[in-house]
Structure formats: C-alpha cells, structure tokens
Design a protein around this ligand. Structure first.
Ligand code: URA
Length: 440
C-alpha cells in the first residue's frame, strides 16, 4: 500500500477502506509516513470530508494508536465529560462533584489551557498543594472512595492524534468536522469511561461559530461514541459570551465554589445543572427530570460542595481556599475598565476576552509560558446589560502591572455597546443523542 495512492483516492472524493485507514494511522504514528504526505491527506479530507463510517474507523485507529485505559478496577458506571473549550468554562469543577455526590463515578483526564482558552488542570493547580499528576492506582482509589478524581493526561494516550493535531494546527486543517470529531473522540474512547457527555460550544469564543456546525459536529461525535458502545449525549451550549463572570484560574475556582453554594451566575448555573443531569441520565440514574431534581438537591443540601472539598483534599489540595476563596493569594494589581458610552452590551468578543486574560498572565501564549494563578478578569457587565458612560465593564487582575495597558485595550475593544437592547440568546441551544436532536 502507498500513501500516495491514498491521497489521490481521497483527493478524488472516494471513501478510504478500513485497511487503508489502519495503514495510514499506524505508519504515520511510527514515523514511516512523512508529515508532508499526511498534511496533504488532511487537506484532502478538509475539502472532501469523510463518511460517518470512515470517521468512525479513523477514530478507532487513532484511539488504538496508544494505550487504552482500563478503568475496570473502578466499580460501577464511569461517566466522562468533554467540553470543546472556551472562555470562563469552569463547568468540570462544578458538575463532577455534583454527579459524584449523586453516586455517579467520574474518572477524568483533563488538559491544560493554551491561547485564549483555559484548561481544567491549570484551574485545579491554582489550589495550593493540588496534584494532577498522581499514580494510576491512587487515581482509581480516589474514584472508588470519593467518586471523582481529575488528573492530567497520562501515558501514551492517542499518540496519532497528538501528531495529527500538531500538523493540523500549522496546515490550516483544524476546522474540519470529521477531523475534530475523530480527534476528540479518539481520546475519549482511549480514556475508558462507559458513558460520555459532550459539551459542544458555539459562538465567537468557540471552534464552531454557528449552531448548525456545532450540531453537525455533535451528531458525528455522538455517532462515534454509540458505534463504540459508549452511551453518548451532547449539549450545544453558548460560547458567544464568556461563561459566568470570572475568567482566570483561581478566580474560576472561586466562581465554582459560589455556584456549588447556590450563589453562581444564572448562565453558569443553568449550563451546569443541565450538564450534570445529562451525565446522570446516561449513567441510568433516572429520567432527565428526575436527574435534574437530584442535581438541584445536591446543590441545595450542600452535598456537592462537600464532595468538592473531599475531592480536593484527596488530591493534596488546601481546602481552606474552598471554604473561603479569600484565602487564595490575591493579585497585586486591580484595574477597572469603564464604559465610554451609554447603551446596552450588544456583543462581547469572547476570544478577545480570553486573549486579554492571557495577556494578564492567566493563560499561556506558548506551551512554555508560566501561569499567574491569581490573574484574570471579572466581568461586571454581560451581554444585554444596560450601561452608563463611566460604569465599570470589568476588573482586570494581575501581578504584572506592565500587562494592564495592553489587556485593557483588548478588553475594551471586545465590548460592543449599542443603543438598543439586543435579542435574548439562550445558554443552551440543543441536546443531541443518537438519531435525535432536541432544540431548546
Ligand atoms: N480539540 C481537540 O482535541 N481536537 C480538535 O481537533 C479540536 C479541539
């Protein structure tokens, strides 16, 4: 078999066979197929697309290119959750203790942030002492005992995806629905959970800018999960505005605690309740309505917050910052950005807000950048809010005073203030399960 012929075949819009995809992924992972040929294939896929069958096979080959995590030492049904990423997305910190408090096990591997998006591992590491790099036996032990553990990606998980994603990043082939679906689902399948809840973001801060594209991606990923006998459901949620009011690692932990106390912002609370209820639903804990009631009760009773503390303590974290987030080390500099006109917030360019937060030190410009855990942004005004000239739009936090000027400029530009109140936008657009899309 020759890679040249496979590129020609895909370029002509034909379907690749299982043997061909297996050859392509395994030889590329071994380094026998050069980057320039794989880059050409990725571009051919970008233009010609892939059938559902091809995408499922590609995903399976990528998942099996490295370790397949065996979660069988953990008793009961294990549920995973994946977000396609965004700004202010601290949902994992909120929903995993909720579902664990309701008896659903979560053994989760998470990533670090890069560029305008944050990562759960960084948020957790903002808690003094918290370890995201623990041995596998300890990980299993914590999930069995506490119900939830979150660690950084370990071992040799889907190495084909690591190579292909790096190549897509520099060859303008990231935005291909079958390639994104295969990339995300290969890691989810390799991570070993029985059920997968996908949070597919949509809008200016997301990979997918429209609800239609996000739904298309969600359908593909759900089909791949179900094809591999993993119960999979996806929610399409808004990322046209940052989620919640805080962006930045320790600031997001603080907001997660507020939400588990029942004092979180409406958008974040609504999305988290829906995500948690769906995780419980796929783990067969009742009807969607029953699961939603259990989720609300776990928050009301304080059990979910207690579970968060238990989980943080089990991984070495200092629980005093959860008991009172004022115990987090505070940033030395605060700067208020003020509105320059009267009106309504008509749009917030979410990607730009993520970049402003990165400039302040909360995110990574490159993989090597060092994070300032106390840096970030508080959004005083959100989409649809009324403002008067001179009102505070947001507060910037950093230990690097020199970053404030440029972060404030980016922040200000990200806000569009108009004369009329914009139309209401939902926080959740749709729910996608096998062969069924329900619009909210
Ligand atoms: N996240 C991934 O892991 N892969 C993609 O292709 C896009 C987002």
């Amino acid at each position: 078999m020759r890679m040249y012929d496979l590129i020609m075949k895909k370029r002509s819009g034909l379907e690749l066979t299982k043997e061909e995809l297996t050859y392509m992924v395994s030889e590329y992972t071994k380094g026998e197929i050069p980057d320039y040929q794989m880059a050409s294939m990725l571009m051919a896929i970008y233009f010609q697309g892939m059938t559902d069958e091809e995408t499922a096979i590609l995903t399976d080959c990528m998942a099996h290119s490295g370790d397949m995590v065996d979660l069988s030492p953990i008793k009961g049904i294990k549920v995973d959750k994946h977000s396609t990423g965004g700004v202010g997305d601290k949902t994992t910190l909120i929903v995993t203790p909720i579902v664990a408090a309701c008896g659903v096990k979560v053994a989760k591997m998470s990533g670090r942030g890069l560029g305008h998006t944050g990562g759960t591992v960084d948020k957790l590491e903002s808690i003094p002492g918290f370890l995201t790099d623990i041995p596998e036996e300890k990980f299993f032990e914590i999930v069995n005992k506490v119900g939830v553990s979150v660690i950084g990606q370990t071992g040799n998980l889907a190495p084909a995806d690591k190579k292909m994603y790096a190549l897509r990043d520099v060859t303008a082939t990231v935005e291909s629905i079958p390639l994104i679906a295969a990339s995300i689902m290969s890691k989810k399948l390799a991570a070993g959970s029985d059920c997968i809840l996908l949070d597919v973001k949509t809008g200016s801060g997301a990979f997918m800018k429209t609800v239609e594209d996000s739904t298309e991606l969600a359908k593909k990923m759900v089909a791949i999960g179900e094809h591999n006998n993993r119960r999979t459901v996806a929610l399409i949620t808004d990322m046209d505005s940052p989620l919640g009011n805080y962006i930045g690692n320790a600031l997001e932990v603080k907001e997660a605690v507020m939400t588990l106390r029942g004092e979180g912002p409406k958008d974040l609370t609504e999305v988290c309740v829906e995500l948690a209820a769906n995780m419980m639903y796929i783990a067969e804990k009742g009807s969607l309505e029953e699961c939603k009631e259990q989720v609300k009760e776990a928050i009301r009773s304080g059990k979910a917050l207690e579970k968060l503390k238990e989980f943080i303590a089990a991984q070495g974290g200092d629980v005093s910052v959860i008991e009172d987030p004022a115990n987090f080390e505070q940033a030395a500099c605060h700067y208020e950005v003020k509105a320059e006109a009267d009106g309504y917030i008509n749009h917030i360019n979410t990607e730009e807000i993520g970049i402003a937060s990165m400039v302040l030190g909360a995110g990574r410009e490159t993989k090597e950048s060092i994070i300032d855990y106390s840096a970030g942004i508080f959004l005083e005004k959100k989409y649809g809010d009324v403002v008067k000239k001179g009102d505070v739009l947001g507060v910037l936090y950093t230990n690097n005073e020199a970053s404030i000027e440029s972060a404030a400029r980016i922040f200000k530009k990200a806000y569009t203030i108009g004369e009329t109140q914009p139309v209401y936008k939902p926080h959740i657009y749709a729910r996608v399960e096998a062969n069924k899309v329900t619009m909210f």
